[in-house]
Design a protein around this ligand. Structure first.
Ligand SMILES: [Zn+2]
Length: 333
């Protein structure tokens, strides 16, 4: 007997500070079509959501050309930075996009005519890795994605760990350095204030300015915007020892944060993802391990594995789409 193929398709939407990406997946979560555009959050919420709906439509139109006529877009998983209300779809502080207190789920759903499930972007990335990548088979999987900020997520026995209404695991705002540098959230000494890509780029730019990182200076100058993950990795590979020390130090701080989370949740798997980790996987895996094992209680020191994410840029879109499907159909995976 032939198995009837599902005519339902799912989209994952990743709303980032600089770009937005949307992909359409089939029921087996194979990518069918992908579309990207600049976020341009400064143009305001109304214009932004309209362009989000257009981008979704563009991806779905491209997908339809490859799909049978009965194909139907059943839902969208919308991954957003910062804390999100998983019940109402409200996003309160998207500092990188510049939008605050927005009913994003409802607005995109109204414009596109498709149900929208809002999810934190690193929760989405962690769920994607849990279902299809480096987190498969884990019982308590914690994802840590250092980037412009430092995001965290946790999948516990197949469910995302959230509060009653709000997404959780804001690991970037763990206090790690009393009276440390000021964080975007208004506090001092948060993990992301000492270990994000921005913090690394600031220290690396200063090293380049002082003449301690000649390869970085030649490649990118001292402009923070040009000191991207790949440029940092390249300067280390070329022999900029000062930059390597800066990144290693930041990664050890990430490990300190991971150690604190290990003491709280006793996860069996830590998945490291995001651009910095992708550009320097072995440096991160090793240095985070050092920081985490130093910080975790003795009981937990050998109870978790640190692994590098496998899905790259597609972790969040894949995870968001799969989460939207799970919420709609209640599949147990
Ligand atoms: Zn903070």
């Amino acid at each position: 007997m032939a198995v009837r193929k599902s005519n339902k398709y799912w989209a994952g939407f990743d709303l980032g500070g600089t770009k937005m990406r949307v992909a359409v997946f089939n029921a087996d979560f194979k990518l069918v079509a992908l579309a990207e555009a600049k976020t341009k959050g400064f143009k305001g919420v109304r214009d932004g959501v309209r362009r989000m709906a257009e981008l979704l439509n563009e991806a779905w139109t491209a997908a339809r050309k490859k799909l049978p006529p009965r194909a139907r877009l059943a839902g969208v998983g919308l991954a957003c930075p910062g804390p999100v209300n998983v019940v109402t779809g409200v996003v309160r502080e998207m500092n990188n996009v510049g939008w605050h207190n927005v009913h994003l789920g409802l607005m995109l759903s109204r414009l596109s005519g498709v149900p929208v499930t809002v999810i934190n972007d690193v929760d989405a990335g962690t769920y994607g890795e849990y279902r299809f990548g480096a987190g498969q088979g884990g019982r308590c999987v914690v994802g840590v994605f250092p980037g412009t900020g430092v995001g965290g997520g946790c999948v516990l026995r197949g469910e995302l760990l959230t509060g009653a209404e709000w997404s959780a695991l804001e690991i970037g705002h763990l206090p790690v350095m009393p009276r440390g540098p000021l964080c975007g959230c208004g506090q001092r000494g948060c993990l992301e204030a000492v270990a994000s890509r921005l913090a690394i780029a600031q220290a690396a730019a200063a090293a380049a300015y002082r003449g301690e990182a000649p390869h970085l200076l030649a490649e990118a100058g001292t402009d923070l915007q040009n000191i991207r993950s790949k440029v940092i990795a390249k300067s280390i590979a070329a022999g900029d020892a000062a930059v390597e020390r800066i990144v290693r130090n930041a990664a050890i701080w990430i490990g300190v944060g991971v150690g604190a989370v290990v003491n709280l949740l006793a996860p069996d798997r830590i998945v490291l993802g995001g651009g910095l980790v992708e550009a320097m996987p072995s440096l991160y895996r090793e240095a985070v391990g050092i920081g985490a094992r130093k910080r975790a209680m003795r009981t937990y020191q050998n109870t978790f594995k640190i692994v590098v994410a496998k899905l790259g840029d597609n972790a969040a879109i894949t995870g968001a789409a799969a989460w939207a499907q799970k919420k709609a159909e209640g599949c147990r995976l």
